[in-house]
Every structure is written in structure tokens, then in C-alpha cells.
Design a binder for this molecule. Structure first.
Ligand code: BG6
Length: 494
């Protein structure tokens, strides 16, 4: 039976984070807490819990160090944060840990518990909280990976629902807290010109690339348990896909958006074996914490079909990888060619597309063909930049933790959506064989080309602003890309 949950209009009045000595707290949570404190949104006890034999002074020291590495210390905000910070050292299986927490929470009514810990510890922590009455009127934030597959995600949901209403559960996918990802939804549904062409009659394919030039960055042990498909495809990339493909939500609420996302995820069949390529960069097996015969993929490319009236027959191609040629996340929605050739030359590939650049720089651009000046009726490819966002983005964790404190669940994932996303990738992760090797600095195994059916290669990514085009990263079969732009340099990089 679930505990009473706070109504969405009541903000939380205590913030508790389990895993206070961990990597996630170090990289994301402390910077977000400082930012929230600076904005006056964290006027409540902030309680870190870990089993590290630490003192409060050590936790403060760790927080300072984290801030020095991630955005800098704002002395005034840091001092205010430290004044609110408490620390409980204890094992998550030990009832005394939770008794100390209950004592620390005296005088508060609506705690927000953030489980910044591996999912294998969720059940112990939830049980410990419930035993001392700390789940009553509480909210809980859980981190990805939310389970390892469909069955474990369902089990986790059951265990959460024993103590919390679904409305009190906040599943973090930090991609949903990114400004350009929110803009996918906004741009699609705040403009009328897209809707008539946003379907199988005009769109020939959609490509989503999340490329990272770095490797597993000392997280070999963690990565061995997940691999690229669990780490980013099941969550970040399928969320982006759902935002691109969903129908307009009926109404404004968070659930209206989630209902439409769910419809899309449910309409994706798990891809055939021939529509999946898994790769592993050469040298991965030498990383600390990685098995010498590891079969974990550091690269994945998938072709998905969405069986709806709007999208039937349009390939949605996804690729991601570590140690690739560059770090960039980008979506290309490519439109069909004009129906007749009336000029001598004909552009290849199709020149009409929308490019949504999600990181490291942020812009939306429209690819078009215009006549090149001169006597001949021949043209050139141009990119019209619709939106170029150079503003300082709010950190996703600052946005998401702030939303959870206020009880706003719009940017969090619902139980059925998480399970639907697992259903798409479940057969791939369970039937996975040995991945193909690829060279660090490349675009993954050459086989990934077969995912982009009907084309000879993936569309080129725009080079990150200020970086030269990475010609050395080209893979065989590459075809041309726009050379001219209006307003933005567009050196292609694969
Ligand atoms: C995380 C993954 O969820 O997202 C990492 O675990 C990945 O492997 C990261 O590098 C990418 O997120 P961002 O916001 O840095 O692009």
C-alpha cells in the first residue's frame, strides 16, 4: 500500500540525498544544490547520507571540491548551503541509519528523498525509510538506470509503489532537463508550419546521433554493467525520439505529454537483428574494471520503425558511442526530394532537412537548396539558422531538482513510459553477441552504415562551433553535405 503523498501544490521542506559521497553527488548534485541555494529555493534542511566513515566537515570539503571542479564556488551561496547541510554516516541496511534520519527530520513535514545510488540498493533504502515513517507525505527521486531490463524495471516499480504513489515518484532522465530537448517539444507545437509536413508523406528519415569523443572516464566497472544501450539508448535517445515523433498532447498537463510519448514508444517494435549494430572501441577491454573478454557495447546503431498512421515506413535511425570522432548530439529530420527533376543537376543527398543541434552548441537549422549566382540553373545547399542559443543554460540537475522540490513532474518519466522503452531494447540486450571492434576517433564500425537504409552513409554532423571539421573521422561511403550557410559556419564532420 502506498503512503500518503503530498499534493502537487505543496513544496517539499527537506532534501535528503543518499549516495552523498558518490560520483553523481560530486558531479551533479552539489553544483545543483549551490545553484538552488543561490536562487533562494533551498531554504530547508539538506541531509547527505553515505556509508563512507565521513564527518560533516568532510562532506563540506567534498562539496567545495566538487564546486571547484564544476562551475566554481559562490562563497555566499556555499556558506548558506553549508549552514543547512547535515550528514548521516551509515549503512543502508542498518535500521539505525534511518532512525538518525528520522531524528534529523523532526519539524519537517514533506521530505524529498533522492536516491543517488545504484538501483540494487533502492529496495533496502525504501524499506528503511518506511520502517521509520519517513515515506509518509514524502516524494522520492530515482536515478537512471531505472532497472537493467523490462523485468527488473517492473520489479522496481512494484517496490516503489508499495510505499509511494506514482505521483510522488520522480524518475530522472537528465536529458529531459536540457533546454534544447525541451525546445523540441516547444518548436514542434508552437509553430503551425511543421504539422502538415511532419509525417511519412514528407519526411524520408530521422537520424539521432549522440557522439562522445571520450571513453568511459574511470567508470569502467559501472559501464560493464550497462553498455551503450542501457546507458543512453533506453532513456535519453528514446526520449528524444518520442518528443520528435509524438502527436500533439491533448491539453497542458504533464500526463497529456506522457500519454502521447507512451503511444509512440508502444508503437515501436523491437528492431530485427539486421537493424542493430553493436560496437566496442579498441582498447575498452584494457580499462580498469573491464573484463578482458568483455562483450559490452560502447557503440550502438539501431533502425526503428514506428507503426503509426503518421510514421509508418519512416526509418528512425539512432547511433551513439564512446571514443567517436567528436562530442555532439544532433537530430536530422530529412524531407523527401521534390517529385520531378526540372534542373540539370540534382542535389544529393536530399537537401531539405531540419537539424536540431542539442549539444555542445545549441541551434535549429533548416537545410535548403538555392540557385547559385551565375548563368547556369544550378544550385547550392544552404542552412538557414532558425534559432541559435548562445545563452547560459540552466544545468539540467538544477532544473530537475528544483522541479521535484516543487512537486512539478512534467520533466520526469512515468512508470509505463520507462517500461515501454525497455520493451523496445529488451530483446537486443538479452540476445547480444560479441560487438564489432572500431578504432577510437572513428565513427564506429563501418557496418553501422547499413542502418541508414537507402542512403550510403549517415548525414554529416555540424562541427561544434570553434572546432575544425574533423576530416580524419570520415568513414567509407560518405556522401556530400552542405557547404554554404547563412549565419553559421557549417563544416561537416563525418
Ligand atoms: C549519462 C551517461 O546518462 O549521460 C553517460 O551515463 C553520458 O555515459 C552522459 O556520457 C551524457 O550526458 P551529457 O549531458 O553530458 O551529454
Amino acid at each position: 500500500m502506498s503512503a500518503r503523498s503530498p499534493s502537487s501544490s505543496q513544496p517539499s521542506d527537506a532534501f535528503i540525498f543518499f549516495g552523498a559521497s558518490g560520483d553523481l553527488a560530486y558531479k551533479q548534485v552539489f553544483p545543483a544544490l549551490q545553484a538552488l541555494t543561490r536562487r533562494g529555493l533551498l531554504e530547508m534542511p539538506v541531509i547527505g547520507i553515505a556509508r563512507s566513515d565521513w564527518t560533516l566537515a568532510q562532506l563540506r570539503e567534498r562539496a567545495r571540491h566538487s564546486l571547484q571542479q564544476h562551475g566554481g564556488v559562490d562563497e555566499a551561496a556555499f556558506e548558506r548551503l553549508c549552514a543547512r547541510l547535515l550528514y548521516i554516516d551509515g549503512d543502508y541496511h542498518d535500521p539505525r541509519t534511518f532512525e538518525r534520519l528520522r531524528a534529523a527530520l523532526v519539524g519537517t513535514q514533506r521530505p524529498l528523498h533522492y536516491l543517488a545510488i545504484p538501483p540494487s540498493l533502492f529496495a533496502a533504502v525504501i524499506g528503511g525509510l518506511a520502517a521509520v515513517g519517513c515515506t509518509s507525505n514524502a516524494r522520492v527521486i530515482v536515478e537512471k538506470p531505472f532497472g537493467r531490463d523490462l523485468a527488473s524495471a517492473q520489479a522496481l516499480n512494484r517496490s516503489l509503489h508499495q510505499r509511494f504513489d506514482e505521483t510522488a515518484v520522480f524518475r530522472i532522465d537528465h536529458y529531459l532537463g536540457k533546454e534544447p530537448v525541451e525546445n523540441l517539444l516547444y518548436f514542434r507545437f508552437a509553430n503551425t508550419f511543421l504539422e502538415p509536413i511532419w509525417n511519412r508523406n514528407y519526411v524520408s528519415s530521422v537520424q539521432i546521433t549522440m557522439a562522445e569523443s571520450f571513453g568511459v572516464q574511470g567508470r569502467g566497472r559501472f559501464y560493464e554493467e550497462v553498455g551503450a544501450i542501457r546507458d543512453v539508448v533506453q532513456n535519453h535517445m528514446l526520449q528524444v525520439l518520442a518528443l520528435l515523433a509524438m502527436d500533439p498532447p491533448i491539453g497542458r498537463g504533464a500526463d497529456a505529454i506522457r500519454d502521447e510519448k507512451l503511444r509512440i514508444l508502444n508503437a515501436i517494435s523491437p528492431p530485427a537483428r539486421s537493424a542493430v549494430v553493436r560496437g566496442q572501441f579498441r582498447g575498452y577491454r584494457d580499462q580498469e574494471g573491464v573484463a578482458s573478454d568483455s562483450k559490452v557495447e560502447t557503440f550502438a546503431a539501431l533502425r526503428l520503425q514506428i507503426e503509426t498512421w503518421r510514421w509508418a515506413g519512416v526509418p528512425f535511425c539512432i547511433r551513439t558511442g564512446k571514443r567517436l570522432a567528436t562530442t555532439a548530439t544532433e537530430v536530422i529530420v530529412e524531407f523527401k526530394r521534390p517529385p520531378q527533376i526540372i534542373f540539370d543537376e540534382y542535389p544529393l543527398p536530399p537537401s531539405n532537412y531540419l537539424r536540431f543541434r542539442l549539444s555542445p552548441d545549441v541551434f535549429i537549422a533548416l537545410g535548403a537548396r538555392t540557385k547559385a549566382p551565375g548563368e547556369r540553373m544550378s544550385g547550392e545547399d544552404v542552412e538557414l539558422v532558425v534559432h541559435d542559443d548562445a545563452s547560459e543554460d540552466m544545468m539540467p540537475y538544477e532544473r530537475l531538482l528544483g522541479d521535484a522540490l516543487r512537486g512539478d513532474d512534467s520533466l520526469f518519466t512515468r512508470d509505463d513510459c520507462v517500461e515501454a522503452a525497455w520493451r523496445v531494447v529488451d530483446p537486443i540486450i538479452h540476445g547480444a553477441g560479441t560487438p564489432l571492434q572500431y578504432e577510437p576517433g572513428s565513427w564506429g564500425p563501418a557496418d553501422a552504415m547499413r542502418i541508414v537504409e537507402g542512403r550510403s552513409d549517415w548525414r554529416c554532423l555540424a562541427a561544434p562551433a570553434g572546432e575544425p571539421a574533423n576530416g580524419s573521422a570520415r568513414i567509407p561511403g560518405r556522401i556530400g553535405s552542405p557547404s554554404t550557410t547563412h549565419g553559421r559556419r557549417q563544416d561537416p564532420i563525418n
